[in-house]
Design a protein around this ligand. Structure first.
Ligand SMILES: Nc1ncnc2c1ncn2[C@@H]1O[C@H](COP(=O)(O)OP(=O)(O)O)[C@@H](O)[C@H]1O
Ligand SMILES: [Mg+2]
Length: 239
């Protein structure tokens, strides 16, 4: 699903964030992305979201060469990607409900089709009582949970999460991890950047470790074997 081939990313200011990355990420796999602060985790995820293009080498996502792809195609492919940003990226003038529904609104879906899915996601992240609130009135952890609900509501083929449990307590962190495992169980590809090594160890999932700008894979290759999630979610969700 994703192929890095001698891929490098150098920021305009001169930082060589990634260099010579060679990696295949199989469809339906779940990986953690680790590495010290400043290692390049967010850069790696930005490449996969088409927010950056490689400055050297090649990167293929969903069979498309990111160096050749048009803006229109990027917009189309992004609909297959759910992303949890480190800085949440919520729209302040919209309610929590509409922020979560955004990927479905953009995809032209009607409220009666997605209302139940949005409410289910909000229930999972324990924000049912905040559906009508707007992001400026939420705590950091609540904003993070809105971002997570939005990333998953459309059950996208590829889920990219940048430190998704960074602002929540351990119990909520476990709920969120169960949600990622459920997305994986449904056959979607999941990549979670984190520096919570304890969470990584407990999960038993394979790890992509970034160090000195390059990426190495550790642990079981391909599809990870994970314990079943506590309770199925997103049953009624549609693509
Ligand atoms: N927009 C940017 N412009 C220039 N340099 C950047 C930018 N974003 C990140 N970097 C640099 O690239 C390197 C990797 O950063 P990042 O991908 O954010 O790491 P991580 O997410 O692992 O903390 C760091 O040296 C960082 O300072
Ligand atoms: Mg980062």
């Amino acid at each position: 699903m994703i192929q890095f081939s001698g891929t490098g990313l150098r920021y305009r200011q001169g930082t060589q964030a990634l260099r010579g990355v060679n990696l295949d990420i199989e469809a339906g796999s779940l990986h953690f992305l680790t590495g010290p602060s400043g290692a390049g985790k967010s850069t790696f995820l930005r490449l996969l979201y088409f927010a950056l293009r490689p400055t050297s080498g090649k990167l293929t996502i969903f069979g498309e060469d990111t160096n050749k792809i048009s803006r229109v195609e990027i917009a189309r492919l992004r609909r297959r990607i759910g992303v949890v940003f480190q800085d949440f990226q919520l729209l302040d003038h919209m309610t929590v409900f509409d922020n979560v529904a955004l990927p479905l609104i953009v995809a032209g879906r009607r409220e009666h089709e997605y209302r139940a899915n949005v409410l289910e996601m909000l229930e999972w992240v324990k924000l049912s009582h905040k559906v009508d609130a707007k992001p400026p009135f939420l705590s950091g952890g609540e904003k993070q949970r809105v971002g997570i609900a939005r990333a998953m509501v459309s059950v996208p083929d590829l889920i990219l999460a940048d430190e998704p449990t960074g602002s929540v307590d351990p119990e909520m962190g476990e709920r969120i991890m169960a949600l990622f495992r459920e997305m994986h169980r449904l056959g979607n590809t999941v990549i979670i950047a984190t520096h919570d090594l304890e969470m990584v160890r407990r999960s038993g999932a394979p790890v992509l470790r970034i160090e000195d700008g390059t990426v190495a894979r550790y642990g079981p290759g391909g599809r990870a074997s994970l314990p079943p999630p506590p309770g199925a979610i997103a049953e009624g969700a549609t693509r």
